[in-house]
Design a protein around this ligand. Sequence first.
Ligand code: 13P
Ligand code: SF4
Length: 311
Amino acid sequence: MDELKFHQMTNEELKNLIIRLKKEKNAVVLVHNYQFLEVQDIADYIGDSLDLSQKAEQTDADIILFCGVKFMAETAKILSPEKKVLLSHKDAGCPMAEMITANELKKLKNQYGSNRKVVCYVNSTAEVKAESDICCTSANAVKIVNSFPKDQKFIFVPDKNLGSYTAMKTGRDILLWNGYCIVHDIITLEDVNLARQKYPDYSLIVHPECKPEVYNAADAVGSTKQIEDYVDTHDKVIIGTEIGMYHKLQHKYPQKQLTPLSKKMVCQNMKKTKLVDVAMTLYYEQNEVIVPERIAKKAYQAVDRMLKLSQ
Ligand code: 13P
Ligand code: SF4
């Protein structure tokens, strides 16, 4: 089938094709919470970075198709090197993951590292993971840091906001790198105040990639899965993360009163994948994610340590 044919298909036809290809190829489709609803609709699993890495490790499928951004598919490949891992759109990257290189981290370790453990946020390249002691996600950063002895010091890369949130929650000495998410870091206290004025009886939950003045002004802070769990038990909520999460929750809980903290919170990379990309990626088995074995083996140690502490 040529490419043009895919673009002429309706969403219903694309969906049926994807379901057929999944069976024929023994493929599992992992979809991040920020993806379009039409993509979530064909998922085997939908979740946050932690959920999806656990699924990638456990699956017995031959192919993992990851609908999200590159670091997520790379993490799946690190955990399941014998599987073919495909990324739903070849250009879907995470700018934060590119904000520190392995060489920059090596320099930092040389400068400060001898008595500090390196914790890397999963939103990082495989090379940076390979230079780290342990990985974390937004769901478990506090737990990971707390798993070390009380006097342990850390270097945290690349997200300064998740890093400072983790330092505040654990009271640990954490050296921060100046990375950030271009979607969450633009939100200001003024945005929070405006939303609070407009929705005075709503509670506010935000992602820890937001600035300190924003997460300090929120009623709760959590990963996308933790935001979903919060909405499960609250009826009026301002959702402080990428807009896809609000769309997902609005769809899941039509009876609840939900509103986004800001309509500016759109991750263009997460929005690159349409249903047609999923169908084509699976049909042609394109956008295969390759992690060199030497890097993958070292990165595996950091990710595996995290997963063992997250069971
Ligand atoms: P979660 O792990 O909370 O889903 O976050 C991933 C992410 O990229 C947030 O911007
Ligand atoms: Fe990266 Fe931010 Fe997009 Fe998440 S929302 S994938 S951290 S750019």
